[in-house]
Design a protein around this ligand. Sequence first.
Ligand SMILES: Cc1cc2nc3c(=O)[nH]c(=O)nc-3n(C[C@H](O)[C@H](O)[C@H](O)COP(=O)(O)OP(=O)(O)OC[C@H]3O[C@@H](n4cnc5c(N)ncnc54)[C@H](O)[C@@H]3O)c2cc1C
Length: 485
Amino acid sequence: MSKIVILGAGISGHVAATHLRRKLSKEHEVVVVSPNSNYQWIPSNIWVGIGRMKSEKILFPLAPLYKKKGIGFKQAKAISFFPEGDMHEEQPYVLAEYVEGDNKGQQEKITYDYLINATGPKLNFEATEGLTPGENKTYSVCTYTHADHAWEGLNALIQEMKQGKKAKILIGTGHAKSTCQGAAFEYILNVEKELCRHNVRDMAEVTWIANEHKLGDFGMDGMLLSYGSMTMKSSEMVEMIFEDRDIKWIIGAGVHKIEDGLAHYENLDGEYKTETYDFAMLIPSFSGHGFKAYDKNKNDITEKLFKGFMIVDADYSPKPYEEWSVKDWPETYQNPSYKNIFAPGIAFAPPHAISKPRKSKNGTDISPAPPRTGMPSGITAKLVADNIIDSIKNGKESLDHKGSMGNMGAACIASAGYGITQGSGVSITTYPIVPDYEKYPKTQGRQLGKTFGEIGLAGHWLKLALHYAFIYKAKMRPFWWLIPE
Ligand SMILES: Cc1cc2nc3c(=O)[nH]c(=O)nc-3n(C[C@H](O)[C@H](O)[C@H](O)COP(=O)(O)OP(=O)(O)OC[C@H]3O[C@@H](n4cnc5c(N)ncnc54)[C@H](O)[C@@H]3O)c2cc1C
């Protein structure tokens, strides 16, 4: 009998738990440890943040589902890792603290045979002075509570605009090394559309601010796209979209301080500037959770497990951009020191960025961290689960299931507007996520045809369809496993 403990019930933790439970007999224990009582389908937060979808539509409580399916659930947060156990506990364990209920505040040693760390990112708002969601007129859409709050702020401003107030809206990245440009891009398009719907578009100046050196970099070093019968750079496509919608842009900007209605940033030319706003949605930097790890004798071994995020089978040797290779990226998400620990989704430490690192003239790093979107989070979680299942069934380590971000695609479908006939979508599909300059030397490391852009209603339908399909799948409704990650 084996016990598999999964930390986190986001896209990757939940995917891993559901596949493990489906494929392993009931003699094996599957336990999820996560502080949030709900599952949330994060990509639909965009619609919550424009008031077009209630947050209840994108979440559901985990405990009843897990009870029904035979998955253990502890509403607790992991604090530290003991991969060798300790003097009193022979088994490896994670120390976790309950966050709800009668045992709130209590700590427990949760032992395991296999551990899946799927804790995603820490939303590191503190890294930018004054960037707290709901304060200083800045908001976030990274969680459903943030998105609810963002809509409150935006709606209040729309009502003021209806009374004749001119307003400035700023959307983008709130740190010199933030990632998730795709989510901010989607939000700015939705906000712009919503202003039109409320007949206040002419009252608002809408501005994009980002650490990208070029529009459409998206933390993926930009792309060469097939666009209809043409080939187009992602920067040209995004420029066209922004010009068409009268969205201004500030790029190469590292926001480092927020005051009430004032974003301070440094640009790649080394200039220190400010931008005023009445409403801002700025994505924070993402970091690891700051977990500690100890050996059997309580010596600190954190650097064996973490490098900010969790160390896996990547090549972490420092190299200049010119020597970066697609082969640096991990394939099994297994920790090299403790082979029964895995980290799929955002929880693993990437070997380096994907976009070319850039510094301002003052030496400040201003360029996006690598994005890790939903599809790879689901795929890596499933392959980790499959390797654990095979290892348990074969009685010996099996790592046949492999997948790197150098042979996986990502689809960023930025819906713009909500509704079956009113919405439209900008779909950008990239293959592979990490450019492979050996295989595709002439097309910026990507396969044209599988890397394409599209604008139109179909993209919006697809995004809506994905919302319903993935919530159906997450709820483990009949034949859920037939829906791909
Ligand atoms: C607004 C927005 C829109 C997006 N849109 C898209 C999109 O359209 N397409 C796309 O592909 N991707 C999109 N993404 C990215 C996508 O949401 C992420 O790639 C995905 O959620 C990552 O999954 P994860 O499981 O690794 O992390 P998460 O989903 O962040 O899950 C982490 C889990 O760990 C839990 N946790 C945290 N701390 C602890 C702890 N100490 N102990 C135990 N558990 C812990 C959390 O509560 C959570 O359950 C979007 C992201 C945002 C913010």
